[in-house]
Design a protein around this ligand. Structure first.
Ligand code: FMN
Length: 375
């Protein structure tokens, strides 16, 4: 298995990645999603992907919130914003995946450069601002589709100046939830994205980082009596006190997990290669510059709330060690995007396989035994 993955990695890094990286990342992303959609519609191509990338081990399985996760590694929100990849996630080795972020109204994406690679910093500049086809169109597209893995729908507020107040923003978010609740989509969970740093048209005065505002939002969502579990996608660029204040609010509502976290806003982060970050326009960053702060916040939340609040670790997972560190700090599930772009798609099974090796080395029989044991 490691042998096969090493060959795939060498092939990706030596041949595929230089070719892909010679094109605009937005075009590569769109073509990859189209190709993934095609592969997911045909048995033969699915079997081919499965033979290359799938890995299974019983020590990785968990049942959380009534959902079976074959392994803890999921596709984070933002990669499959158009809902094309649900048919290939299992074959690629993922344990689950999130579609979106989807908003009530469609949005064509922010003007200017939307994606840029920072190769030396192992990061992607993201400036899409919730480019998506809108909740109605997405619900229609996914209606009746049978997913091979638990799929989540990420919902955020529409990136538009039409929303003039907090009340407008909350109604907008509620409308998107209602669309998916009323549609015949077979999703397993929701992500509530309160932390997108790229909403250039949205009213800056509306912020769900204020306790009272988050309270208003969550109270209204609770009133929808949604049965599927809701995870909240958290910011990583706020200080510990702000994050803890938000977590105390979250615990009072029917939220099952928090995700640490979203993109890195801080251009002063020491993992950036200076000249790369200084050459960037508007946007915020994925990958290695997210890793340390994501880890700190996982530890912070686990220290304060233990197993009362499930944690999804996301940000800068490029290796099995990165993944296992998040588990030992307190994450039950993991999500990634950037690792796949820089290391290749085999990294998903490399990470899963590596977690199994780490568990064995530490004398644990299952992933549950390692969650929160400390790092
Ligand atoms: C191209 C791209 C688009 C993204 N779009 C979203 C999004 O729509 N919603 C969201 O919650 N996070 C979005 N993110 C953030 C990721 O979900 C994730 O939190 C972040 O990239 C850190 O994980 P990574 O280092 O594994 O990429 C996006 C990230 C990337 C790279």
């Amino acid at each position: 298995m490691f042998g096969k993955n090493n060959v795939l990695k060498a092939f990706y890094k030596g041949l595929i990645r230089p070719m892909l990286f010679s094109f605009d990342p937005l075009i590569v992303h769109e073509k990859f999603a189209e190709l993934g959609g095609f592969f997911g519609r045909h048995k033969l191509t699915k079997s081919f992907l499965k033979s290359l990338f799938h890995y299974k081990n019983p020590s990785l399985g968990q049942n959380l919130f009534g959902i079976d996760f074959e392994n803890p590694v999921g596709l984070a929100a933002g990669f499959d914003y158009d809902g094309n990849l649900t048919g290939v996630l299992a074959e690629m080795g993922f344990g689950f995946g999130t579609v979106g972020t989807i908003t009530n109204m469609a949005y064509e994406g922010n003007p200017g450069v939307q994606l840029k690679r920072l190769i030396k910093s192992r990061s992607i500049l993201v400036n899409k601002g919730f480019k998506n086809i809108g909740a109605h169109a997405m619900a229609q597209k996914l209606s009746g589709v049978r997913f091979g893995r638990p799929i989540g729908i990420s919902i955020g507020r529409t990136n538009t100046s039409l929303l003039k107040s907090e009340k407008d923003s909350i109604s907008d978010i509620l409308s998107a939830f209602r669309v998916f609740e009323e549609a015949a989509v077979n999703h397993s969970y929701y992500e509530l994205n309160i932390s997108c740093p790229n909403l250039i048209h949205a009213d800056d005065n509306v912020s769900f980082y204020k306790q009272k505002s988050l309270e208003n939002l969550l109270r209204n969502i609770d009133e929808l009596k949604i049965k599927r579990p809701i995870f909240v996608k958290m910011p990583i660029s706020e200080d510990d006190k702000t994050v803890l204040d938000l977590l105390y609010v979250i615990l009072r509502y029917d939220v099952k997990a928090v995700i640490f976290g979203n993109l890195q806003r801080d251009r002063g982060n020491e993992t950036f290669v200076r000249e790369e970050v200084e050459a960037c326009g508007r946007g915020n960053f994925s990958g290695i510059p997210c890793r340390e702060r994501s880890n700190e916040l996982i530890s912070l939340a686990f220290r304060h709330f233990g197993k009362n609040l499930k944690i999804v670790g996301c940000g800068g997972i490029l290796s099995p060690y990165d993944a296992y560190e998040k588990i030992r700090r307190g994450a039950s599930l993991l999500q990634m995007i950037t690792g796949m772009i820089f290391e290749g798609p085999q990294v998903i099974s490399t990470v899963n396989k590596g977690i199994v090796e780490h568990l064995k080395k530490d004398g644990f029989k299952s992933i549950q035994e390692a969650i929160g044991v400390g790092f």
